[in-house]
Structures are given as structure tokens and as C-alpha cells.
Write a protein that binds this ligand. Structure first.
Ligand code: NI
Length: 177
């Protein structure tokens, strides 16, 4: 079921979400189905449970091949519960981000360029990956939502935050993460 996505300003987006304690339950499966439906309907790159008002540490993300951006890196569809992130370098890179909770806008956000993430899948299976660049950026963005952090809070220079249509005139920027 497609759910409403909370918009920046809603205090529920600012909570530190609670860990999942029971895996493989019908309730967790239903939550992930709703998140998947919502992300697909809005053409998002990822979604965190707090964005649909659910105070749990669950994120999903994934970016398939897009013929409009053939050079864009693909990210496998992933369900991640109780994630932990460990940076693999002290390097940061600035990159443009959007968010389904901040529709129509973009901001330039510094992120670690490489990290190891770990967590659990729907049935409690362990997930651990080392990733870089765009994949690492998407994971950092989604996991920030679990700690009540929205990307505009990380924009270093607010001159690099604005409406997509004004920042990138003429570009077809339909996707938010
Ligand atoms: Ni977001």
C-alpha cells in the first residue's frame, strides 16, 4: 500500500527511531511492502520508515539502470534493519541530494566516500557490505533519517540548497531520494 510521506517540518521526522527486535514477522513484512510500494510510486532511490511515520530503524534503497542516466551507478535493492555505518576513509565528497520529504528541492551535501555498512534483512539475516561513491551516499542519506537528520541539516553553504527547477533549469529531475 502506498503511504503518505511526511514532509520536513513534521516532528516525527526528527525522532531517533527504535531498533527492530523481532524479525520475519507479518508486521515487519507489511511495513517493508508499504515502503517498497511508496518508494516505487514516487520514483525514489530510498526510503526510511520514519518517512511514513513509523518509528523503527528500517531503510530500503535501490537504484536500477536508468536509460536517462546511463552512467549512473546501480545500487542493488536492499532492505536494511538496525543499520550501522563505519566510514572507511576520512574523505568527504559533496554531491547533490534530494529527498521525498523535501520535494522539489536539491542540496549539496558532504558524505563519506567509502564505508562499511552492516545490519539485518527482513528475516534477520546478516548483511555486510563495503561500498563507495553513490551507493555510500544513498546509505548515509537513508540512515540519517533513522537519527532524525534530514539532508538540508548537512548542507554546508545554504546557497547550495534550492528548488531543483531553479538550480537545474531544463533538466528533467523527477527522482528524489
Ligand atoms: Ni530522504
Amino acid at each position: 500500500m502506498i503511504r503518505d510521506v511526511l514532509k520536513m517540518g513534521d516532528p516525527r521526522l526528527l525522532r531517533v527511531a527504535q531498533p527492530i527486535t523481532d524479525f520475519g514477522t507479518p508486521a515487519l513484512l507489511a511495513l517493508i511492502e508499504d515502503m517498497t510500494d511508496t518508494m516505487a510510486a514516487l520514483n525514489g532511490a530510498g526510503l526510511a520508515a520514519p518517512q511514513i511515520g513509523v518509528d523503527l530503524r528500517v531503510v530500503i534503497f535501490g537504484v536500477g539502470h536508468n536509460p536517462r542516466y546511463p552512467e549512473a551507478e546501480e545500487v542493488p535493492y536492499t532492505i536494511l534493519c538496525n543499520p550501522t555505518l563505519a566510514p572507511l576513509t576520512n574523505d568527504f565528497e559533496e554531491g547533490w541530494e534530494g529527498c521525498l520529504s523535501v520535494p522539489g528541492m536539491r542540496g549539496l551535501v558532504p558524505r563519506h566516500t567509502a564505508l562499511r555498512y552492516s545490519g539485518y534483512g527482513l528475516n534477520g539475516e546478516q548483511i555486510e557490505r563495503e561500498v563507495s561513491d553513490f551507493h555510500a551516499r544513498v546509505v548515509q542519506h537513508e540512515c540519517d533519517h533513522l537519527d532524525g537528520v534530514l539532508y538540508p541539516m548537512r548542507v554546508r553553504d545554504l546557497r547550495n540548497f534550492g528548488f531543483s527547477a531553479a538550480l537545474f533549469p531544463g533538466e528533467d529531475l523527477g527522482d528524489d531520494d
